[in-house]
Design a binder for this molecule. Structure first.
Ligand code: SF4
Ligand code: FES
Length: 214
């Protein structure tokens, strides 16, 4: 993909997918020597950090825009032990799992649009800010039982003009870390209109939401 920038260091290769970045700025704030903000030319410097630190920087990137390959024989990214979708305040849904999104190559982290405004659906492109999207992360707790299996593949299929169909074990948490649901199949709103966020309540029809699906 054109949007992916690849910079090879001696011990780690960083891949940066600008189309997925939600500009949370975690990278430039925690390691401005590795991700140098506001410079002309090369701004990614894998050799400024140990490969372990490069890996940790990537793991902290919610959108999956930062990926890495260890060139020192160290371990590459592994799927988490607990699949999560974190509801971000006034922002996207941040997934952490072995993700299979719309039949694309598996990935481990992704922020998906839940306001309807992204021009890069199903991914968030930061458009919620300009759209003035307001949606609390602190939603009601649903009664749910512990999952028999907390990890494993998570399949996410954006439906045509409708919600995200999520299949696989996942725990839904708020931005303060509270678990509000545990499920193996659910439909999550991505039009921004549901009165029962983060779940779809069918409001996308009245809203005449238009989005490609699979
Ligand atoms: S989404 Fe990732 S790459 Fe983009 S600013 Fe945040 S930490 Fe950096
Ligand atoms: S996708 Fe938003 S209510 Fe269905």
């Amino acid at each position: 993909m054109d949007s992916i920038e690849i910079v090879e260091g001696k011990k780690a290769r960083i891949r940066f997918d600008a189309s997925k970045c939600i500009h949370s700025r975690g990278c430039v704030l925690s390691r401005p020597d590795v991700f140098v903000p506001n410079v002309q030319g090369e701004w990614i410097h894998p050799d400024a950090a140990t490969p372990e630190a490069v890996a940790e920087l990537a793991h902290q990137c919610p959108s999956g825009a930062i990926m890495y390959d260890r060139l020192d024989g160290g371990p590459n990214e592994q799927p988490p032990k607990v699949n999560l979708v974190r509801i971000r305040e006034n922002g996207p849904l941040a997934f952490h799992a072995e993700l299979h999104i719309a039949g694309q190559e598996p990935s481990y982290r992704a922020t998906l649009c839940r306001c309807g405004a992204s021009k890069n659906k199903p991914y968030c492109d930061g458009g919620h800010a300009a759209a003035g999207f307001v949606a609390s992360s602190e939603v009601a707790v649903e009664e749910s039982s512990p999952l028999a299996r907390r990890e494993g593949p998570l399949h996410i299929s954006p439906t045509v003009n409708g919600p995200l169909h999520v299949e696989g074990s996942v725990e839904i948490v708020t931005s303060t870390g509270k678990t509000v649901n545990r499920t193996t199949t659910t439909y999550l709103c991505r039009c921004g209109q549901s009165r029962n966020k983060p779940y779809c309540d069918g409001s996308h029809k009245a809203a005449e939401f238009v989005a490609e699906g699979v």
